[in-house]
Structures are given as C-alpha cells and as structure tokens.
Design a protein around this ligand. Structure first.
Ligand code: FES
Length: 111
C-alpha cells in the first residue's frame, strides 16, 4: 500500500462548457448552435471581473447531454447547468461560482 496522497486541487472549481459543433440538421443538435461559444466567453469575462482567479472555464467537446444544452458542468460539485442567456450566466456566476449556492431553475435533471 502506498502512502502517497493526492496533491491539493490546482483549481478551486473547474467549469467545462460544451462548444461542440455538429452539421445542420443533426438529430442531436449541438451546443454551438445554441450560442455556447458566446455564452462561454461571457462567463469567462464575468468570472474574471468577479476576481475568481482559482477558477478555470474550459471549452469542452460534447458532454453527451446535447438535447438539454447549452451544456456546462462545474467540478468538484458535478453540477450541470443549461444557461440560455447572458442573464442566466450572470446568475450562475453570482450564485454558484461566487457564493457557492445553486441556481435550481437552470440545473439539468439528474438523469
Ligand atoms: S453537443 Fe454539447 S453536450 Fe453534446
């Protein structure tokens, strides 16, 4: 048995924001067609303004929840959101990322 321990987390929180693109008419659609790139860029800017320097917001490939998108997931909590507007992003930043709360109305169902 090893006595090695995991190092402390490098980031306090890590957001993966799907920016996957599929061809027009694909049956599952895609997050890019639901404005996810603009919303992700907006979230990055708001988080920076809020001084969240131990947070990382990464563009992600498909997270396999396409029909509910635009899709993002926040770790370590593992909470999934579907923000449709900049106002939705503002609420996630202010409530979840700054205060550690939850925005129930924007959370994806568990399954
Ligand atoms: S395309 Fe975004 S979750 Fe699949």
């Amino acid at each position: 048995m090893s006595d090695k321990r995991d190092p402390p987390p490098f980031y306090e929180r890590h957001v993966f924001f799907c920016t996957n693109e599929r061809p027009e008419g694909h049956p599952r659609g895609c997050c890019k067609s639901k404005d996810s790139i603009r919303l992700r860029d907006y979230m990055k800017a708001r988080a920076k303004e809020a001084g969240l320097d131990r947070l990382r917001i990464n563009a992600a490939g498909c997270l396999d929840r396409c029909e509910l998108g635009p899709s993002l997931v926040i770790y370590p909590e593992g909470v999934w959101y579907s923000p449709k507007t900049k106002e939705d992003v503002d609420e996630i930043v202010a409530t979840h990322l700054v205060k550690g709360g939850r925005v129930s109305r924007l959370m994806m169902p568990a399954k």
